[in-house]
Ligand binder design. Structure first.
Ligand SMILES: Nc1nc2c(ncn2[C@@H]2O[C@H](COP(=O)(O)OP(=O)(O)OP(=O)(O)O)[C@@H](O)[C@H]2O)c(=O)[nH]1
Ligand SMILES: [Mg+2]
Ligand SMILES: [Zn+2]
Length: 302
């Protein structure tokens, strides 16, 4: 048996990268349906580039998003994540924060990657929003994958070196364009290709892991843009613990079942009042609290 990493998955068919550097098509035996990109597997080779998954190793971490019915795996065994945003199309602070919360619960460092910095006036308009995340301690990278690929690579290379990085973000922010400038022959289809083919919007449809070519090192995972990012698989204490400004307030409310709205002795509301918690983040916190309260309990939660 050979060890490999899952590069991509489409239904029951997987693409795996063996530790000796070969890409093979692999099928799952039985119903190991929860295999995801980044999983470490042992495979048996069947010849002519085909293999069968024999075993899935335990995971170090797993990034998921969920709704009231089920959790969906995004990637496993990652070292860090970058949420890619841009001045245009508009990005959502709500989605951005949700990704950051999920990553933190998995002990995954998360940075903000502000792409399309070439869009001058629009870029300036989003600055106050970016300042918020800086103040919360998140690292922020600026780049323009399309107009300055070399500068983008130079800026990101040290951060990417030797680690597996998951790119997440809404559609159209430039995740695939970024991957393309890091891996010139990645052959990813960005929207331009599809526009040229007149096939309408052509966005990334599956998650894919790439080895970064020398002189870069590490791995990068491109993923499809999302429009929702439910955190219903997380408990309230997990969510609060994953918000840097709320961590210290965990368990400080007078009532254990505090909803942080009207209860007396609410530590969260007190912090909002004196500016330790930003109003925008407080709204998100209430929204997340409400979502989980309405839909609880679910047996699949962590
Ligand atoms: N102006 C500008 N446009 C960019 C930049 N980077 C990417 N784009 C454009 O933004 C559009 C979307 O880029 P993609 O890389 O496909 O975006 P994506 O995040 O992978 O989108 P999904 O696959 O749908 O999630 C394309 O038309 C790119 O050419 C940039 O730095 N500046
Ligand atoms: Mg893409
Ligand atoms: Zn409270």
């Amino acid at each position: 048996m050979i060890d490999a990493t899952v590069e991509a998955r489409h239904g029951h068919r997987l693409l795996v990268l063996t530790d000796d550097g070969r890409s093979l098509i692999a099928v799952m035996r039985g119903r190991k349906s929860d295999i995801t990109v980044g999983d470490r597997v042992s495979i048996g080779e069947l010849g002519s580039g085909q293999a069968v998954i024999e075993k899935v190793q335990p995971r170090r971490n797993l990034i998921q998003r969920s709704d009231a019915w089920k959790a969906k795996s995004q990637a496993a065994n990652i070292d860090q994540a970058a949420v890619v945003i841009a001045p245009s199309p508009p990005f959502s602070d709500d989605l951005l924060s949700r990704v950051m919360i999920e990553a933190s619960t998995q002990n995954v460092t998360v940075a903000l990657l502000v792409n399309k910095s070439d869009l001058g006036a629009q870029r300036a308009a989003i600055e106050p929003r970016i300042v918020l995340y800086k103040s919360l301690g998140y690292e922020v990278f600026e780049c323009s994958a399309k107009t300055d690929p070399q500068g983008t690579v130079a800026r990101l290379a040290p951060w990417l070196a030797g680690r597996t990085t998951l790119l997440l973000g809404q559609s159209g922010m430039g995740k695939s364009t970024l991957v393309n400038c890091l891996i010139p022959n990645a052959g990813l289809r960005t929207q331009e290709i599809s526009t040229a083919l007149d096939a309408g919007r052509h966005t990334t449809t599956f998650t894919r892991l790439f080895d970064l070519p020398a002189p870069l090192s590490g791995r990068i995972i491109d993923s499809p843009g999302f429009q929702t990012f439910g955190l219903e698989h997380l408990s309230e204490s997990q969510r609060l613990h994953a918000m840097p400004e709320c961590q210290a307030l965990l368990g400080q409310c007078r009532f254990h079942s505090c909803t942080h709205r009207e209860e007396p002795g609410c530590a969260i509301r007190a912090a909002v009042k004196d500016g330790r918690i930003d109003e925008r983040r407080y709204s998100l916190l209430l929204k997340l609290h409400e979502e989980t309260r309405v839909n609880a309990p679910a047996s699949w939660r962590r």
